[in-house]
Design a protein around this ligand. Structure first.
Ligand SMILES: Cc1ncc(C[n+]2csc(CCOP(=O)(O)OP(=O)(O)O)c2C)c(N)n1
Ligand SMILES: [Mg+2]
Length: 892
């Protein structure tokens, strides 16, 4: 345990300590806390130079940070607010209990909200400001498992019907229901932020707060005092993402950010830190990261006891207990508390002598006392210069009594027996008689009741209801034909990579009259890899502090320019943080009414593979924007090897329903995809976002010929037909990304060496083809009486003779998944297996995706169809220099 007051100094009389304490008190009284702090600081420095080894501690004692004398008056009607809170508690419990009565094991959580009710209600009644015409409003990340409380409040507010409450967790019932947790995808007018995959929302909230500042610093919205509130569980802080970006928040001086950690000391299975103190641990982590930490541990009932304790014994005792013991105290009788907590010292016992056992049992914790919580929130919103974290002690399952209060099983508690229901009803004064109560009806007082009137008045004063999601950005107007035109024309023989081509487009977009300002380039310390350094100077790297130093490369053209109004978010090495910025920028159309267009470019292997859950959250949030997987392709990225070479991401993009995934080969394909994407997302308001893989292999970019735009967007088009369509031996080759060039080379080899005439197709998106095939199949199944529809792949290949061979830089399953809509058998080449540090051509040989293997696969298919002799195959293997006994790349 890390508590300065818990260790007894050797050989020092209590009276000496007392004298020191008293003199500090007198300084405090005569000169105030700043002078007192200065003296302590000087004493500490003096002690250090005198050779005293002071142990480092970022902790303060196990006591409230805000002393009673600095506690503001509570501005609300406390009794009325308690009644409203009780009704919300009841309805939150009722929706879970009722849902589980109707459908066994449908789930839901009672105990999380039960512990957090006061933390939320003080916020709703006094702090959370809604979005209005004049004010952007506060942003609140609600703890996912506390959702029943938010629904129950919205029910009292008249925003959610009883029928919807009835269908909690049964969204498919007639009339609709309520999603288990906050999901903007499912409730787009209500929830803004998905928080239930634990650990994501703290990190997203930090970057949201930073993005708000970015918009202000770039003059895109007025500076306001709007806050970002994030409510987390104490168990949730074990997720590495939770604390993973807290130094960014303090470095950026995000005093618009407030974390509230509901410290009920429990998670799902048991105590968060049975043998330690989670609050002290979090305090030191946040203080160490230079956050403003406010501990709200003890309720008002404790104040007079503290006052009587002139020797600091109580605080010392509080610092001694581990959380496991605290949890036990919560579920124990007053007599037990007296014996085991106060009983450690006769002087402590004396402090509570006048209090009966019942009063001891009812000593509230800080997180259940609105006055303490209000004081903390007020201090947090008024604090300047750093983010604030409030560590509020609560009891998990507060008010559930025997049904689970403070018990290890409480997280899973979904059912209450009749006695338990009656007890809960009585404890919170719900006006239901013994018989009605066991039916657990929803209860809403009349519209003109004082409770509803008060609740409405409070929300009115704060601008309206929260949470509420709305889209306020105006659609873009231009069609951007001019902007993208030049990229349809090819590179005139100049060898460029698709990454370079994309960066060229980005550069041009940044200068565009309509979208230039809206573009938000995001990069996790990889800009030079992608050739983006020229943007450093032209667009500037965002830095809230400007640039306090002369950059070492100031004399070069492409120097590292940081600026307060810089446009690029150079996030450093954090794909998670960059993704959080992407989400903030990609949802600004709703959160801020601004159509920012994020372009997040990163090392493709460290995207879906590493931060897939953030991508899932982005999808849920209806994020718009472009993710660009750079250095993509298992064999196209040479040298880097197993950890870097990405043959996975096009597969991992499949499960995300609203992401469009493209693997383009040429600059014009990218231009077509970007232009269409901007139209769909920012003009037509579609809830999709984009994943585009770009490569670093340079080659000449051809101009766009023919009417291929729809094909590019739809997933495939014939790029280069066979020269001799009348040939006897025919084939169709499908290539994607940089591997398309291998297919084109194979086309030549097949034609010149083997007399096979092959058409070459650019498959820009297997995902599009897969979705189209499935959707067509589904429609046909559901409409057997109507003319059957034909999948796009099938249509494309209707008049495409010969054998079918596909090659990509990704797993073979990618082409395989659409093969059932092809007219004939498909041979698939791909890069299943671990990468190697090697050059491009060796890699393509190793993974068997180069022009030679495409040629061989084509010949083999022809052989299987009985179109050529086996001897042709033997000769091909020899002539192409293929080693038939080479190791299998999939398992070697
Ligand atoms: C990433 C992730 N892992 C696991 C879970 C399952 N889970 C849901 S709630 C919970 C315990 C929550 O404990 P805590 O954060 O302390 O919140 P409390 O309910 O105590 O307020 C767990 C493990 C989850 N939702 N997300
Ligand atoms: Mg907890």
């Amino acid at each position: 345990m890390d508590n300065e007051l818990s260790t007894q100094p050797h050989g020092m009389e209590d009276v000496e300590i007392q004298e020191w304490l008293e003199s500090l008190d007198s300084v405090l009284e005569s000169s105030g806390p700043e002078v007192a702090a200065e003296i302590l600081e000087r004493l500490r420095a003096h002690a250090t130079v005198s050779g005293i080894d002071l142990p480092f501690s970022a902790n303060t004692p196990y006591a409230n940070t805000i002393p009673v004398r600095l506690q503001p008056l509570f501005p609300g009607d406390q009794e009325l607010e308690r009644r409203i809170k009780s009704l919300i508690r009841w309805n939150a419990l009722a929706m879970v209990v009722r849902a589980n009565r109707v459908e066994h094991n449908i789930g839901g959580h009672i105990s999380t909200y039960a512990s957090a009710a006061t933390l939320y209600e003080v916020g709703f009644n006094h702090f959370f400001r809604a979005r209005t015409e004049e004010f952007e409003g506060d942003t609140v990340y609600f703890q996912g498992h506390a959702s029943p409380g938010m629904y129950a409040r919205a029910f009292l507010e008249g925003r959610i019907s009883a029928q919807k409450l009835e269908n909690f967790r049964r969204e498919l019932k007639p009339g609709g229901g309520l999603s288990s947790y906050p999901h903007p995808w499912l409730m787009p007018d209500f929830w803004e932020f998905p928080t239930v995959s634990m650990g994501l929302s703290p990190l997203m909230a930090i970057y949201q707060a930073r993005f708000n500042r970015y918009l202000e610093d770039r003059g895109m919205k007025p500076a306001t005092d709007a806050k970002v509130w994030a409510f987390l569980g104490d168990g949730e802080t074990d997720e590495p993402e939770s604390l993973g970006a807290i130094t960014l928040a303090s470095r950026e001086k995000l005093d618009n950010l407030i974390f509230v950690v509901n410290c009920n000391l429990q998670r799902l299975d048991g105590p968060v830190r049975g043998n330690g103190q989670i609050i002290q641990e979090l305090e030191s982590a946040f203080r160490g990261a230079r956050w403003n930490v406010i501990k709200v541990l003890w309720g008002s009932e404790w104040d007079p006891i503290f006052e009587r304790d002139t020797e600091g014994l109580l605080v010392k005792r509080m610092g001694e207990l581990v959380d496991g013991e605290y949890q036990k105290l919560v579920v124990s009788s007053g007599a037990y508390v007296r014996e085991h907590f106060f009983g450690s010292d006769p002087r402590l016992l004396q402090l509570v002598e006048p209090l009966p056992d019942e009063a001891l049992r009812r000593l509230r914790l800080g997180g259940h006392d609105p006055r303490k919580v209000y004081a903390a929130y007020k201090a947090a919103v008024e604090h300047k210069g750093s983010p604030t974290v409030i560590l509020a002690r609560t009891i998990k399952g507060y008010g559930l009594g025997e049904a689970g209060e403070g018990k290890n099983v409480t997280h899973q508690q979904k059912k209450l027996n009749e006695d338990e229901l009656r007890e809960f009803r009585s404890r919170f004064g719900i006006p239901l008689n013994d018989v009605d109560c066991i039916e657990v009806p929803f209860y809403r007082p009349a519209e003109d009741s004082v409770e509803i009137q008060y609740l409405r008045a409070r929300r009115e004063a704060l601008g309206g209801y929260v949470p509420k999601r709305s889209i306020r950005a105006k659609p873009l107007i231009a069609d951007h034909d001019e902007l993208f035109k030049e990229f349809l024309e090819g590179s005139e023989g100049r060898e460029v990579s698709t990454t370079m081509a994309f960066v060229g487009m980005l550069r041009k977009m940044l200068k565009d009259a309509e979208i230039g300002k809206l573009v938000v380039p995001i990069v996790p310390d990889e800009a030079r890899t992608f050739g983006m350094e020229s943007l450093f100077r032209t667009a500037g790297i965002y830095s809230s502090a400007g640039q306090k130093y002369e950059p070492v490369d100031v004399n070069t053209l492409l120097y590292y320019k940081e600026a307060k109004d810089g446009q690029i978010l150079e996030e450093g090495i954090t794909e998670a943080g960059s993704m959080a910025s992407f989400i903030a920028a990609g949802t600004a159309y709703a959160t801020h009414g601004i159509n920012t267009i994020p372009f997040f470019i990163y090392y493709s292997m460290f995207g879906f593979q590493r931060i897939a859950d953030f991508i899932w959250a982005a999808a849920d949030m209806r994020t718009r924007g472009f993710m660009l997987g750079g250095t993509a392709g298992r064999t196209t990225l040479s040298g880097e090897g197993l950890q870097h070479q990405d043959g996975n991401s096009q597969i991992l993009a499949l499960p995300v329903p609203n992401i469009k995934a493209y693997d383009p080969a040429f600059a014009y394909e990218i231009a077509v995809i970007l232009q269409d994407g901007i139209r769909r997302m920012y003009k037509d308001g579609e809830n999709v976002f984009y994943y585009i893989t770009v490569m670093n292999e340079p080659y000449a970019m051809p101009p766009m010929t023919g009417n291929v735009k729809d094909g590019i967007l739809g997933g495939m088009y014939r790029f280069r037909p066979a020269a001799n369509a009348k040939a006897k031996l025919r084939a169709q080759l499908f290539g994607s990304g940089a591997i398309l060039n291998e297919a084109l080379r194979a086309q030549e080899i097949l034609e010149t060496k083997f007399g096979v005439a092959a058409d070459v197709w650019s498959v820009t998106s297997y995902k599009e083809l897969y979705n189209d095939g499935n959707e067509t199949e589904r429609w046909n199944r559901l409409h057997p009486g109507e003319k059957a529809r034909v999948p796009y792949v099938t249509k494309c290949l209707a008049n495409a003779p010969g054998v079918l061979v596909a090659a990509s830089d990704y797993l073979k399953t990618l082409p395989n998944m659409i093969s059932k809509w092809m007219p004939r058998r498909l041979a698939s080449l791909g890069t299943d297996g671990f990468g190697r540090s090697e050059g491009r051509s060796s890699l393509r040989d190793f993974f068997e995706v180069d022009s030679r293997f495409i040629t061989l696969a084509t010949l083999h298919e022809l052989f299987m169809d009985g179109k050529i002799e086996r001897s042709v195959l033997d000769k091909a293997i020899k002539d192409l220099g293929i080693n038939s006994e080479k190791p299998n790349p999939v398992i070697s």
